[in-house]
Design a protein around this ligand. Structure first.
Ligand code: C2E
Ligand code: CA
Ligand code: CA
Ligand code: CA
Length: 279
């Protein structure tokens, strides 16, 4: 269509064509990335208020032979649109379960939980529950060490099916965290129907918590909701002591952010754990 000239070309200015080409290239590169195992997981530590390690969140990275380390913001949206997220997501769950198994073998890391991000399309697969169950069973890990991070928008769709899926996974211990919490419109009425274990306060509310009274009020409301529902709260994007102290003062007990560590490769993460725990 590019060289069709005449009428057609007028609909596509060169800029548009450029970005279409870039997308197609990215899509092809993603297919190759899956085949050649160019993805890996980075791990970001999660802490409690007594400075004990709770576990980690797994965050995907792509090592592209040409561009080096690529962040998920660049490729997850395309992976979602093209459906490639299905095989990528499956790989993430598989790799996470394998990592939990490795941690199981050392007393120092035996109880670490690992949180993985699940995209809407991935969750809506007919066999999603089977995939997770089978990964947990094949790796012979305690299901409660695996935590799935879901977003409000994902949960709002087809509630009955969603609740049934979550309950089926609950049966083998799998936990659920509500990611980016506060950015959607979930009511207490609605949330109490979902078998959630954790709310994750979105980093946009943590960033200016020291100065912005609205953010302060929202964080307070989220924690109050969690207490009513008897759900844990973790704050993400915690970068300063001041933010942590303010969160602690409002009743938040779990933290994740650059204050403790950036997401890092597994060997660095294991070394970091060694520094937080005694033998
Ligand atoms: P998210 O799940 O909300 O992850 C939090 C993001 O904040 C991560 O970006 C993390 O590196 C970053 N972050 C953590 N602590 C701090 C901090 O103290 N300050 C600041 N400014 N940022 C912090 P990342 O790794 O680039 O991931 C971006 C998003 O990509 C994630 O947002 C998640 O939605 C998505 N993603 C990552 N891995 C996966 C995956 O395996 N599967 C799916 N479906 N999505 C993923
Ligand atoms: Ca997340
Ligand atoms: Ca988040
Ligand atoms: Ca986010």
């Amino acid at each position: 269509a590019k060289q069709a000239g005449g009428n057609l070309i007028r609909f596509f200015n060169p800029k548009m064509q450029e970005s279409i080409n870039a997308r197609i290239t990215l899509e092809n590169e993603l297919r190759i990335a899956i085949e050649k195992s160019q993805f890996h997981l980075y791990y970001q530590i999660q802490m409690d208020s007594d400075n004990r390690v709770l576990g980690a969140e797994a965050l995907i990275r792509w090592t592209n032979p040409e561009h080096g380390l690529v962040l998920p913001a660049t490729f997850i949206p395309i992976a979602e649109e093209t459906g490639l997220i299905l095989s990528i997501g499956k790989w993430v769950i598989e790799t996470a379960c394998a990592q939990i198994k490795v941690w199981q073998k050392k007393s120092q890391t035996r109880d670490l939980t690992l949180a993985v991000n699940v995209s809407a399309k991935q969750f809506r697969q007919k066999d999603f529950v089977d995939q997770v169950q089978s990964a947990v069973q094949r790796h012979a890990i305690p299901g409660n060490l695996l935590k799935l991070e879901l977003t409000e928008s994902l949960l709002q769709y087809d509630t009955e099916v969603t609740i049934a899926m979550m309950k089926a996974l609950n049966k083998i211990g799998v936990q659920f965290s509500l990611d980016d919490f506060g950015t959607g419109y979930s009511s207490l009425q609605y949330l109490k129907r979902l078998p959630l274990d954790q709310f994750k306060i979105d980093q946009s509310f943590v960033r200016d918590i020291a100065t912005d009274n609205n953010d302060k009020a929202i964080v307070k409301a989220i924690i109050a909701m969690a207490q009513i529902l008897d759900i844990d709260v973790i704050a993400e994007g915690v970068e300063t002591e001041e933010q942590q102290q303010l969160l602690l003062g409002k009743g938040c007990t779990l933290y994740q952010g650059y204050l403790f560590s950036k997401p890092i490769p597994i060997d660095q993460f294991d070394a970091l754990i060694g520094r937080f725990t005694d033998s």
